[in-house]
Design a binder for this molecule. Structure first.
Ligand SMILES: C[S@@+](CC[C@H](N)C(=O)[O-])C[C@H]1O[C@@H](n2cnc3c(N)ncnc32)[C@H](O)[C@@H]1O
Length: 439
């Protein structure tokens, strides 16, 4: 029996099932559901970590686990057997994907179904049979579970990515999103990457990002001293596209929680960081404080905000569907819908038009989104270029992004697909275009 299964029990599994139901049935964001449900569940740190891992894993593989469950149940489940379904899915995830002892996964899941107040306790025998079969036929079932990566995508996303990137790339992306992400760290300029790679037990990526396994970041060396911050390699690239910003006034639009604000400020820019979400801005201010960096922080709508002093450059990290970051936030896979993408693309266009109007002639704006949807990325930029006569695209050169030429498109935009750099632990999805005001 692994230590994990000895220390985790009924309470943890029950909490995991409740969180899974809150996300998939009520569209609750994972973080909010986790906080709310674990607070009342009296879990120790280890159990909480187990719950978090189990739900994240189940959400990452939700589609294929559901397909497998369908095959294991002769007659399916009634629609309202929501506890039973979530119990089977988390049970399968433990048996097939985690190193949880089979008997703990089976017995405790069955016990909690037996303990349910309503009719669902009648499904305990079924849950027992399905999970025992999964434990017996592990090898074959795991092979089946891993055979069609696009099962883990909702149909609309598989369609959207097939249309934009082709069927094979869509499958590579789906496969990449099944694994858990690494921890990427951006060092303050001037810090020695070799020294910190050693201290943090990390490797140095081509653009200088440090990469290591996930852990409690607050316990890592250099965190308290504000030497670095957490930022996926893909998210760290757009700021580099602004070039030398020393002493320039840079408007950081949609700035919270401030990963890019810290990059801008640490490169010597005079930064005005704007976001409309006060709570997220509190996190931005805390980040600035920890790292000893400076920015003017403003709560405002980026679609209308006008600064009181001229700007030299703009970074617009627009609100988006975040479909590039699904392996970090697998709940979003199941809570976002195509209508959200349409709404967000409209908002992006409004912010883009207004922001560009703030630039002086010769000024540069980097527009970026952590989305893989063309309507939020390349199509958004093409539409902008066709309606704005004073805008031109300034193509990105691979040398600006650590020589990673596979991340630069033929048109000269930055396009990070999660399937890229797979043998180094992958990369979040990101799109960025550099736009210049000609007059
Ligand atoms: C992708 S996140 C920004 C991430 C941030 N740039 C970073 O690097 O840490 C998008 C942000 O846009 C903000 N936002 C959404 N709509 C906005 C609007 N109309 N005006 C200003 N900020 C907005 C959200 O509150 C969110 O913080």
């Amino acid at each position: 029996m692994s230590n994990e299964s000895e220390n985790t029990g009924l309470k943890a599994r029950k909490a995991a099932i409740r969180i899974l139901m809150a996300v998939t049935l009520k569209n609750r964001p994972f973080d909010a559901a986790l906080d709310e449900i674990t607070k009342g569940a009296d879990l120790d740190v280890r159990d909480r970590a187990f719950v978090m891992n189990l739900v994240m894993l189940t959400l990452r593989r939700f589609g294929s686990l559901k397909a497998l469950m369908g095959r294991l149940l002769d007659r399916g489940l009634p629609r309202n057997a929501t506890w039973t379904e979530a119990a089977i899915l988390t049970g399968l995830a433990q048996i097939l994907l985690m190193r949880t002892a089979d008997h703990a996964a089976v017995n405790e899941t069955v016990t909690l179904i037996k303990d349910l107040p309503g009719k669902e306790k009648g499904f305990a025998g079924l849950v027992n049979a399905v999970l025992r079969r999964a434990a017996r036929e592990q090898g074959a079932l795991l092979e089946r579970l891993n055979s069609t990566p696009q099962d883990d995508l909702p149909a609309w996303l598989a369609e959207s990515w097939t249309k934009t990137y082709g069927h094979d790339e869509m499958q590579h992306i789906a496969r990449a999103l099944q694994s858990s992400p690494p921890l990427d760290i951006t060092l303050k300029p001037g810090e020695d990457p070799d020294l910190w790679a050693d201290r943090l037990d990390a490797k140095i990526m081509p653009n200088g990002t440090l990469r290591r396994g996930l852990t409690d970041v607050t316990k890592l060396p250099g965190y308290e001293d504000g030497i670095w911050w957490v930022q996926d390699i893909a998210a760290s690239l757009p700021v580099a596209l602004l070039g030398d910003i020393q002493g320039k006034h840079v408007l950081d639009l949609c700035a919270a929680p401030g990963g890019k604000t810290m990059q801008l400020a640490s490169r010597g820019a005079l930064v005005t960081a704007v976001d409309r979400n006060k709570n997220r801005l509190k996190r931005l201010s805390a980040n600035l404080e920890r790292t000893g960096l400076d920015a003017t922080v403003i709560t405002a709508d980026a679609a209308t905000y006008t600064p009181d002093k001229p700007v030299n450059a703009i970074l617009l990290d627009a609100p988006c569907s975040a479909t590039g970051t699904l392996r970090r936030n697998p709940d979003v896979t199941w809570t976002k819908a195509p209508e959200d993408v349409v709404k967000l693309a409209n908002l992006q266009a409004r912010i883009l038009d207004h922001a560009f109007s703030l630039l002086p002639a010769g000024g540069v704006m980097v527009y970026c989104v952590c989305s893989l949807e063309a309507s939020e990325g390349v199509d958004q930029v093409e539409a902008f270029l066709s309606r704005e006569a004073t805008a031109e695209r300034v193509p990105v050169d691979a040398t600006e992004v650590g020589g990673m030429s596979e991340l630069v498109t033929d048109k000269g935009d930055l396009l990070c697909l999660p399937s890229k750099r797979a043998n180094e632990g992958g990369i979040d999805g990101f799109f960025a275009a550099r736009l210049k005001k000609t007059k």
